[in-house]
Design a protein around this ligand. Structure first.
Ligand code: IMP
Length: 438
């Protein structure tokens, strides 16, 4: 069994690194693309021949006819959102027949999860996390609290007493928490039970499916959602999502062993963005941030919220490299920097008297840190990088910038994205990406 043909793609910053485009590019070399965590809080944008697809729950591999897509037990599923996404793809001419497998062990998001989330955010006041309001956190809370409802629980249909009991207990708990009109558990139960008829043909044991696929020598691409700094354990807690967006989430969220993973490709933007509250040490609050936001179209793919923008933070990416065991990076959106005279790269932080090369655990301490920058020349006076397909097409200053990112992050860069289309990509020869792309 050759497992080194498999690849995990993970976000090395705060999500929105451009994983959708890179997975779409790599997918034809794989037989299976599998999602292991998160839910429809994710928004993976893929532009193909001028047509835009935004995927939330379904792996980006769905755009390639020969690829089977898998949603693992670690994902939380809003069944209504899943059906809407399937309908949208079908309307865009994507053949979905028999191409999606959903784990019977995945937990569901029900309407009360969104209400509980809204309430929790209101109660946090100024300390709100600015979540995506999709019910992600409360669904994972129910899972950890051992009162969650799984896809397999829907199987009993309208007569399933187990499902009715679970829904009733959860809705009654919600009614004790949320003021105003109580929710009728029977309605929630009826909707959940009804979804089973459409869901059933897609549901199965993902761990077993992947074990057979791997044994048969089928190549698997593991598609991460969000990014290392949003990871529940390793991110800027509590300003994180409620799942493990780092590599461990692949094993627990799909039921595969660590050796199944093969290589790890980290995705990082050529600068940094974050959507929602929490520390962002290199954040710009000037016209420059507005410029990056407009040129890079930095608005959330799921929520439309403007993203906060800042310089590339090597301390963040180094941490992501270490935690994930990243073998190589894909650097995206290099072209967004084209008009800048000068660039900055954060190599560490000054925190009082201390010089830190990694992020402290305490977010208040991190908020108080000041980035230590290196300044590099920009390439505004050249023809720029937009649409470049070969490294030799890049201005010398852009190549120097990439070389410096490699040096300060301690990992090679194998892919550079210079535009939203599939074709606007540089793959460095002999690099990790080249194995799948040439
Ligand atoms: P939640 O995942 O909705 O609970 O949101 C928690 C935090 O993660 C918020 O700051 C969100 O903005 C952020 N977040 C969740 N999913 C994504 C994503 O796919 N991209 C970027 N940020 C995300």
């Amino acid at each position: 069994m050759t497992l080194d043909r498999n690849l995990a793609v993970v976000g090395a910053q705060w999500g929105d690194e451009g994983k959708g485009k890179i997975v779409d590019l790599l997918a034809p070399a794989f037989s299976v693309v599998a999602r292991s965590q998160g839910g429809h809080n994710a928004g993976h944008t893929v532009l193909v021949g001028g047509r835009q697809f935004i995927l939330h729950l379904i792996p980006s591999g769905i755009l390639h006819p020969g690829v089977t897509c898998v949603i693992g037990n670690g994902v939380v599923i809003d069944v209504g959102a899943l059906f809407a996404e399937l309908d949208g793809l079908a309307a865009q001419g994507i053949d979905l027949d028999g191409r999606l497998l959903v784990s019977d062990r995945a937990h569901v998001i029900l309407p009360y999860h969104r209400e509980i989330e809204r309430l929790a955010e209101e109660r946090r006041g100024a300390l709100r996390i600015d979540t995506t309001s999709r019910g992600i956190g409360p669904s994972y809370e129910d899972k950890a609290g051992r009162r969650g409802i799984r896809i397999a629980d829907l199987a009993g249909g309208a007569h399933g007493e187990r499902l009715a009991g679970l829904v009733r207990a959860n809705v009654e708990a919600r009614n004790r928490l949320v003021a105003g009109e109580p929710l009728d558990w029977r309605e929630v139960h009826a909707d959940a039970a009804e979804s089973w008829a459409r869901l059933q043909p897609m549901v199965g044991d993902v761990s077993e499916f992947l074990a057979s696929a791997l044994a048969a020598g089928r190549a698997v691409l593991f598609e991460g959602a969000q990014g290392a700094m949003l990871d529940l354990d390793h991110g800027t807690y509590p300003y994180v999502t409620s799942s493990n967006a780092t590599i461990g989430g692949v094993c627990t969220g799909l039921g595969v062993g660590p050796r199944a993973i093969g290589s790890v490709l980290g995705i990082a933007k050529a600068y940094t963005t974050r959507v929602g509250a929490g520390p962002l040490p290199t954040e710009l609050d000037s016209v420059l941030a507005d410029r990056l936001r407009e040129v890079g179209r930095e608005y959330g793919a799921s929520t439309g919220r403007p993203r906060r923008c800042g310089w590339f933070d090597a301390a963040v990416v180094r941490r992501a490299v270490r935690i994930n065991g990243i073998d190589a990076l894909a650097v995206t959106k290099l072209d967004v920097l084209d008009a800048l005279e000068e660039l900055r790269v954060c190599t560490g932080y000054r925190c009082g008297e201390a010089h830190l090369t990694d992020l402290p655990a305490d977010v208040e301490r991190l908020e108080a840190c000041r980035p230590v920058y290196e300044t590099l020349p920009g390439w505004a006076h050249t023809r720029g990088t937009a649409g470049a397909r070969r490294e030799t097409d890049l201005p010398a200053e852009a190549r120097a910038y990439l070389d410096r990112l490699e040096a300060v992050c301690g990992v090679p860069i194998s892919i550079v994205s210079t535009g939203s289309d599939r074709s606007e990509t540089i793959v460095r020869p002999e690099s990790l990406g080249a194995r799948w792309l040439t």
